[in-house]
Write a protein that binds this ligand. Structure first.
Ligand code: ADP
Ligand code: MG
Length: 243
């Protein structure tokens, strides 16, 4: 298993952001965490990537415990945080080389060249990050997340704020990445999951409402509701608004 979450609960002050969240993600799967704003998606991803500690429950990534083996996990995980924080005054190539150094990679120049190629940053590599369009900044964030060839990729709303063309490019890039790594991505957009993921975990108010393939979810709701069945958007709405 790439990720095993068992009964993860996270409490901020008096608020429960995650409530007994459990799921297993197999090696090589592309799974979407889908939920409305405030559902707990980012909190869950921060726990998996060892940036926040859960209040209770356990989580392992590639067999390592998030509370005990954070360093081993960080070696094996690539993370694109929400809002893709980057240094706007750094140049694209400089930023990637700096990240490669943090991971103590060999042959830094070669690896950075590869990442620039894979993420299509060739024409932008000598620009400052602050000068890039949102789509290209996302590519830099993805290149950062991928540079050390992680086994598991965690992408927090990787396509938020992109225009339709950028969306297509970034989705393709993520699907390609899924050929080699396990990918967990979050989104609040249904079509996103349909476009990229084999499986979807729907969360609302910190609770897992569904964990299934899109085909199974559609089938389940068709059986239950009768008639022509429901669109994924309708299913999402139902699952995240009804108690
Ligand atoms: P999502 O990513 O699905 O939008 P988040 O994980 O960011 O959801 O947030 C889940 C809930 O936890 C929200 O109600 C949010 O306000 C709250 N929350 C997130 N981070 C903190 C924090 N550091 N302190 C207090 N509350 C937080
Ligand atoms: Mg979020």
């Amino acid at each position: 298993m790439a990720i095993i979450a068992e009964n993860i609960t996270k409490i901020y002050g008096s608020q429960k952001a995650l409530d007994n969240v459990s799921f297993h993600i197999r090696k090589g799967e592309i799974v979407g965490i889908l939920g409305p704003n405030g559902a707990g998606k980012s909190t869950l991803m921060k726990i998996i990537t060892c940036y926040k500690r859960q209040t209770s429950g356990s989580c392992t990534v590639c067999g390592y415990d998030v509370l005990e083996d954070a360093l081993e996990i960080k070696k094996r995980i690539g993370y694109l945080p929400e809002n893709n924080p980057l240094y706007p005054d750094m140049y694209v190539r400089e930023h990637l080389e700096w990240v490669a150094k943090i991971y103590h990679l060999d042959q830094i120049k070669k690896r950075v060249d590869e990442m620039i190629e894979i993420t299509g940053l060739g024409n932008e590599q000598h620009k400052k990050i602050g000068e890039l369009s949102k789509g290209y900044r996302q590519r830099v964030g993805l290149a950062n997340a991928l540079i050390h060839e992680p086994d598991v990729l965690v992408l927090d709303e990787p396509t938020s704020g992109l225009d339709p063309n950028q969306l297509i490019d970034i989705r393709k890039l993520i699907s390609d990445m899924g050929q080699k790594s396990t990918v967990l991505l979050s989104t609040h957009i249904m079509q996103e999951v349909e476009a990229m993921c084999q499986r979807v975990i729907i969360i609302s108010h910190g609770i897992v409402k569904a964990d299934d393939t899109i085909a199974n979810l559609q089938k389940r709701f068709t059986d239950k509701e009768g008639g022509n069945g429901m669109s994924m958007e309708q299913i999402f709405h139902k699952l995240t608004t009804e108690p």
